[in-house]
Design a protein. Sequence first.
Lengths: 169, 208
Amino acid sequence: MNDNCCTRSVKIGMAELEVLDHPGILATLGLGSCIGIALYDRETKAIGLAHVMLPSSLQIKNDKININKGKFVDTAILELLEKMMKSGASKENIVAKLVGGAQMFTFNDATDIMRIGERNIIAARERLWELGIPIIAEDVGGNYGRTIEFYSSDGKLIVKTLGFGIKEI
Amino acid sequence: MIGMKINDFYMDVLKETGNIGAGNAATALAKLLKKKITMDVPKVKIMVFSKVSELMGSAEEPVAGVLIKILGDLPGYILFIMEYKTALALADNILMMNRVTGVDLGELKNIEISVIKEVGNIVAGSYLSALASLTGLRVRTSVPGIAIDMAGAILSVPAIEYGKVSDVVLYIETKFSEGTADIKGHFILVPALESFEILMKALGVDSK
């Protein structure tokens, strides 16, 4: 069957997440300090992508705003996994790629707001390690924005920047 | 908490500070450019995160963002953001350069970046002094930080700070005009957690 005929293509925004069965393409534009967490099932070719803003839902006291699962590293990974497994993926076949977590502004004193990208990267690595999901590729850190496209056909992830080129991870 | 409940009064006060602040900024810009600058009444808007990146059109739109740290009674940040081509035109204007073609991001010189940073600093500083005089709060500012990159990436910085207390971002849209050229900019005020209440109190709003 021709993949192109029924490929679904979805673009997600900040604090959103989405899971697609093969054939599908997921994209998110302008990742800055946020981190893009991409999960891929090597067997079913299902893909999941989250555009996450903060490292942990547990650090936020207000319950009302913790409903948004796509906002935090911990809740977004679990939600992605659950959705993928519902559509037939199995955890042992899932691998991860991380993109983003930049530090967009530099000040003399490294305050909390400036280091949020780095904290997002660390949180994502830790959560994935705890869940036993291997990270097979990363394009993280730096001081520039990134746009990503994630393909179910082979799990490839295209990273685009302004002035820092295009790469595939 | 204010993050949850942004009432009309609060919006009106922010609009008024935006108005006065933008007025100050227009005067400052006019001096800098030695040209007549007019401005529209600023609009105060609330946006959910998923739409924030599209504030400047596309999330990939190249923009210049100047971020200033607010110190004193109202700790937090203020971001002034404008389109890259607008920022470049402003810099050219100030540096008295006549360019035939645009400049790619990577080819910007330090002097141009410094000028863009200073414009953002003046504009955001004017807004802050209006806020300070309206509320009676004492604020100081840091040396500004600048980033020229995708709109979404730059906007993620204030959005993340808002993310700790709410699911929306509050911003003030300001439009300046010089002759036929529009300078469209947005302010995003990002009060630190404790500052929300300080601000509300200073504005005489019951934050309970």
